[in-house]
Design a protein around this ligand. Structure first.
Ligand SMILES: [Zn+2]
Length: 277
């Protein structure tokens, strides 16, 4: 799929009765950028002259054509816990709006992860798993870890692990979306829920909001650093927690096929500027 510069209208999902309980972060709610790990690909180029020195070379490799012709989505998933084709199709469509990849976006189904069992995941364990399992078929490889089991903090649906890796807790997502969706059905609800979490964590990997990508306008939520102040944007802080995503699903309904929430104009502007566009 060729990347385009079309922008997608933010989902019109209204947010009704959100029950926003406590801290349900994605592991980076302390305001720090997603952490680098030791073995990221060596991208042999610095930031674009107009992108500023703060933008990570790996981020630029994801966004720009001259640093990497294609974007590779490396899926490392536990048995039966991987992303559905529909979710990947939505995800690639969303990425197509922000990356310039003449060679397209390619999905590589890589490792099958061993069963986790009952013990909840810790951040350190997930980071170690990500490094161990990362193959990196190209300089712009984004690792999607789909683990079984749950995170040590209840209700967390996804975590950005580094500048090249994220994790989705599919079972926790399923627990939120099944039984929701009303007339649209659980499949539609789960597609929206999973797609929203996947794109949210990707935003963190890329340095949104103000966590590696300089802001072109002020859209960071002062109460939740690294997140968008607008609840209609996928980078709103609640969209990595069961309460936040569940609340959004509760107000889905009617009309056209629902979509995962998307990057808003302010985030798209940050991405485009960093990429030198
Ligand atoms: Zn987040």
């Amino acid at each position: 799929m060729r990347a385009t510069k079309t922008t997608r209208k933010a989902s019109s999902l209204a947010l009704g009765a959100l029950l926003l309980l406590g801290l349900v972060g994605c592991g980076d709610d302390d305001g720090a950028a997603p952490l680098d790990d030791a073995g990221r690909p060596d991208v042999d180029a610095g930031p674009a002259p107009d992108a500023g020195p703060a933008v990570d070379p790996q981020t630029l490799a994801y966004l720009r054509a001259d640093l990497a012709d294609e974007l590779v989505l490396e899926v490392d998933a536990a048995e039966g816990a991987g992303p559905t084709e529909a979710v990947l199709a939505d995800f690639m469509s969303s990425l197509g709006a922000i990356v310039d990849k003449p060679g397209g976006i390619r999905v590589v189904e890589s490792d099958v992860l061993p069963p986790r069992g009952e013990a909840p995941w810790t951040l350190d364990e997930l980071r170690t798993l990500g490094v161990e399992r990362f193959d990196g078929a190209g300089p712009a490889t984004l690792q999607l870890l789909y683990v079984d089991g749950r995170f040590r903090v209840d209700g967390v649906l996804g975590v950005a692990l580094s500048r090249r890796s994220l994790v989705v807790f599919r079972e926790t997502v399923q627990a939120v979306c099944e039984g929701r969706g009303g007339l649209l059905g659980a499949d539609a609800a789960c597609r929206v829920a999973e797609g929203t979490v996947l794109l949210h964590e990707t935003g963190h990997v890329l340095g949104l909001v103000n966590a590696g990508l300089p802001m072109q306008s002020d859209h960071e939520d002062p109460e939740h650093p690294g997140h968008d102040v607008d609840p209609n944007c996928v980078m709103y802080w609640a969209y990595e927690s069961g309460d936040g995503v569940g609340g959004a699903l509760d107000v889905l309904g009617g009309g056209s096929e629902p979509e995962p929430l998307q990057f808003c104009e302010a985030s798209l502007a940050d991405l485009a500027t960093a990429a030198g566009r």
